[in-house]
Design a protein around this ligand. Structure first.
Ligand code: GLU
Length: 280
């Protein structure tokens, strides 16, 4: 599914119809940001969705809007729930904040490279998986000694607080590596640049997006050592879960899933068929 040395093309497509500034202004005027799935003023349904802001190809805030696979899946689901793209309030959902954002009702849905795990399922509900990837390593382009997870002994790795990537480093490499936790992957990348860390480790999808954003600067090691199944997070017991699952099935059957993979993740992402929904 993910190939060694992959370089993904990140197409910077302006998301048509995402009048973000207007939507945000409108939502704050209506006191949005709460569990805002129902009618706002004028009967327009609204939805607050948590995404990543710094992960090219998945969830990226740009000057003009929001792009990425997670943005596309959430936009499609919102539409099926009766919410227009212009009525989506996009908020940043950093890895460590996802459960609490859902529990507090600060967001309706989360589509933020959010791996379905048993630990998280105890706290929130998921629909998915809608994309499957695995944990990999990103190093500077000239690096020759970090050739795979077996070669991280004595190295400094960075990852992000509250991610499965950081947890995996702790369980798989125990005392062999020094782990530097950051709040987001862009900060982690800064550590790689300055030389305070030797490798950034997280999902191959995220690493490939970062590598594509800075051509020639970094490379993926290309040996995945976990399975990460992305799900859409909902508050536990949210009665929209079945509708969200129906929407994801339609995202698949309409061909939009494949289009979104090609547009955001590039030709090197060996997508194959969409994954079967086990959480629905
Ligand atoms: N998919 C992993 C997770 O959910 C790592 C990526 C992320 O931090 O969002 O923790």
């Amino acid at each position: 599914m993910i190939r060694k040395g992959q370089q993904m093309r990140v197409t910077r497509v302006l998301q048509a119809g995402v009048a973000v500034a207007a939507a945000v202004a409108l939502l704050s005027a209506c006191g949005g940001g709460g569990n805002s799935g129902n009618s706002g003023s004028g009967g327009d349904k609204k939805l607050t969705v948590g995404i990543k802001f710094d992960q090219p190809g998945l969830g990226l805030k740009t000057g003009s809007g929001y792009t990425g696979f997670d943005v596309d899946v959430a936009t499609f689901v919102a539409k099926e729930l009766g919410v227009d793209a212009k009525n989506i309030n996009w908020v940043e959902a950093k890895s460590a904040d996802r459960e609490s954002l859902l529990k507090k009702g600060d967001v309706d849905l989360i589509a933020a490279t959010y791996s379905i795990t048993d630990k998280r399922k105890a706290e929130v509900d998921f629909v998915g998986p809608y994309l499957v990837t695995g944990q990999d390593l990103l190093v500077k382009a000239g690096n020759t000694d970090i050739t795979g997870p077996e070669a991280v002994n004595g190295k400094k790795l960075c990852s992000v607080k509250g991610s499965t990537s950081a947890d995996n480093v702790k369980t798989k490499f125990a005392n062999q590596v020094q782990l530097q936790p950051f709040d987001g992957y862009s900060q982690c990348l800064g550590g790689l640049d300055s030389g305070t860390v030797d490798a950034l480790t997280t999902d191959a999808t995220i690493l490939a997006g970062l590598a594509t954003q800075h051509p020639g600067k970094y490379k993926l090691v290309g040996k995945v050592f976990s399975e990460e199944k992305y799900g859409i997070g909902l508050k536990k017991g949210d009665n929209r879960k079945a509708d969200v699952a129906k929407a994801v099935e339609k995202f698949y059957s309409s061909g939009e899933w494949k289009k979104a993979v090609e547009k955001n993740l590039g030709a090197d992402f060996k997508a194959g068929e969409p994954p079967a929904l086990t959480e629905k």
